[in-house]
Design a binder for this molecule. Structure first.
Ligand SMILES: Cc1cc2nc3c(=O)[nH]c(=O)nc-3n(C[C@H](O)[C@H](O)[C@H](O)COP(=O)(O)OP(=O)(O)OC[C@H]3O[C@@H](n4cnc5c(N)ncnc54)[C@H](O)[C@@H]3O)c2cc1C
Length: 510
């Protein structure tokens, strides 16, 4: 049974591993020269620049995702860094009672509670409730039954989901709380401002903060030393060891369909590769509307395409610098207000800057040096993508100009930065789009909607099309690596079920 997989990102490689283990003959087709997709890094003058990978959900045994990663990667062999502070936020208008204007978002809940109470005892009720909410979260299995695919379960097993009703009620109760509504409840002006600034001044569901923090407290969201490539290489090597084949520099043009059944793929070179099943682990928009010409859609898919149901996740403008120095006196993640707003050539306006100092991973830089990166989410990725396509010279000039503005503003905080810079690398939405083909340079698929716990409207199968599955970070709003592996594993199970193969996982060693 031959299976063609489009894309060697984390989703494509994971699907390949699971299917090889279960006796299928798979080939992955990747347009780029290497594996990893968005989860990647690149070398410049002895420095390794990360695409941005900061934390892996499931880095510790406390989190159910650890079980999935362990099926593909020897997790015990990876050293994870668990940050003590998730973010330091410099508050503009207020100071805490100690005269400090930096808010420390600790990842240890006891420490966080103590810290919050020490600066705002008048907000005891709200603070204790916040911490209690995260502790309650830790008592649940999230996500429930990670190894099951609900659609595949017989009715008598589906009944067992009843035991997760308290989790549903709990999430339902807290899902409407945002950082703004929470800030409203606070009396302390410093804390109020800090919570309003949690998401760069935007209003976001508190769950986006509380859930990862609850996991971080249990060491469930670490950063793997060696970064993206080191981590994903483990999956790629595993796939090859299992007999999987990867063809790099191989771009898929479309999926061949005969009588509403996917029969193979056609490469841009014209080469046709037949298969019994096709899996796309590539971009959702490319897959549905280019590779399949928009022929297998329904109302929901069309609404998604028009971004009426969900919006595409932001893309990123990122300046990475290799510097001669380690800045060990600075926090790893520092967010601070700018003296004047920064306006991007794409018209996005920023009031703050977030500096990431990667000195906790010595593998990224020669001794005594480190990588400093500054990223901005952009609201207008098309500007960069279109400019690059229409006028390469103007694009280069604009990205240089904007990155110089960013570096100058960063210098105000990291004194001496400019003189220490040895190499600068700039990634724009056009870069993310060019290297990974993600629609609008999206870095995590879809942005979560207002109802953050709603079922995903994206399905792995398309209406009216047989022999085809879609996986990857576009499968569930919010995306990220957990969605990539989970969607891959679910589809591998679905294929096993249809082909009457008992789904197995790797039994060798780890
Ligand atoms: C700056 C940044 C920071 C991030 N931080 C985190 C984090 O801390 N934690 C986290 O969990 N996630 C993070 N993410 C998100 C995470 O990296 C992605 O969600 C995840 O890697 C997506 O994996 P994927 O396999 O679904 O898709 P992709 O990585 O997009 O892989 C798709 C692959 O398909 C290939 N492809 C596309 N079209 C074709 C074609 N026509 N023919 C052949 N091949 C094709 C692409 O080249 C690519 O290799 C971050 C992303 C970025 C960019």
């Amino acid at each position: 049974m031959k299976i063609n997989i489009i894309g060697a990102g984390v989703a494509g490689l994971s699907a390949g591993c699971y299917l090889q283990i279960n006796g299928f003959e798979t080939t992955i087709f990747e347009r780029h020269s290497t594996f990893g997709g968005l989860c990647t890094s690149w070398q410049r003058n002895g420095f390794t620049f990360e695409s941005g990978f900061q934390w892996l959900l499931g880095s510790g045994k406390s989190n159910p995702f650890y079980q999935l990663w362990s099926e593909l990667v020897d997790m015990a062999s990876i050293r994870f860094v668990h940050h003590e502070v998730r973010m330091e936020i410099e508050v503009k208008e207020n100071k805490d009672i100690f005269g400090d204007n930096v808010f420390h978002l600790y990842t240890n809940l006891d420490r966080l509670e103590k810290y919050l109470l020490s600066i705002a005892s008048e907000d005891r009720t709200a603070i204790t409730k916040l911490i209690r909410t995260m502790r309650r979260m830790q008592s649940f299995e999230i996500p429930p039954k990670i190894k099951s695919v609900p659609e595949l379960l017989p009715w008598y097993q589906k009944i067992s989901y009843i035991k997760y009703l308290p989790l549903l009620f709990f999430l339902n109760r807290i899902k409407r709380e945002t950082n703004f509504t929470f800030a409203e409840k606070l009396k302390n002006p410093f804390l109020k401002e800090a919570f309003r600034l949690l998401f760069d001044g935007d209003e976001m569901p508190m769950l986006i903060l509380t859930m990862p923090l609850a996991f971080s407290d249990l060491n469930g969201t670490g950063y793997p030393i060696g970064g993206s490539v080191g981590f994903v290489r483990n999956i790629e090597q595993n796939y090859i060891a299992l007999g999987g084949k990867i063809r790099y520099h191989t771009e898929v043009e479309n999926i061949i369909v005969e009588q509403n059944e996917a029969k193979g793929i056609r490469l841009i070179t014209g080469e046709v590769i037949p298969s019994d099943i096709t899996i796309s682990a590539a971009d959702w928009n490319f897959t549905v509307f280019t590779a399949l010409e928009g022929k297998y859609v329904n109302k929901t898919i069309l609404e998604l395409h028009r971004q009426e149901k969900l919006k595409v996740y932001f893309s990123v403008f990122m300046v990475s610098m290799g510097v001669a120095g380690t800045f060990t006196d600075q926090p790893h993640f520092l967010r601070f207000p700018l003296t004047q707003p920064l306006v991007s050539p794409d018209d996005t306006r920023y009031e703050r800057m977030e500096v990431h100092i990667n000195n906790y991973d010595p593998t990224l830089a020669p001794e005594g040096k480190t990588v400093v990166s500054i990223s901005y989410y952009t609201r207008n990725a098309d500007f960069w993508i279109n400019l690059r396509a229409s006028n390469l010279k103007a694009y280069q000039a604009e990205k240089q100009r904007f990155s110089q503005m960013i570096i100058t503003l960063a210098e105000a905080k990291l004194l001496g930065l400019k003189d220490k810079i040895e190499v600068v690398d700039i990634a724009t939405p056009a870069t993310f789009r060019r290297y990974t083909n993600n629609w609008k340079g999206s870095v995590q698929g879809w942005l979560p909607g207002k109802n953050i716990i709603a079922q995903s409207p994206v399905k792995s199968e398309l209406p009216g099309l047989k022999g085809f599955y879609f996986i990857g970070h576009w499968s569930i709003p919010g995306g990220g690596l957990p969605v990539a592996i989970k969607s891959a594993r679910d589809v591998a199970q679905m294929i096993c079920k249809i082909k009457k193969v008992r789904f197995r996982i790797y039994q060798k060693g780890f």
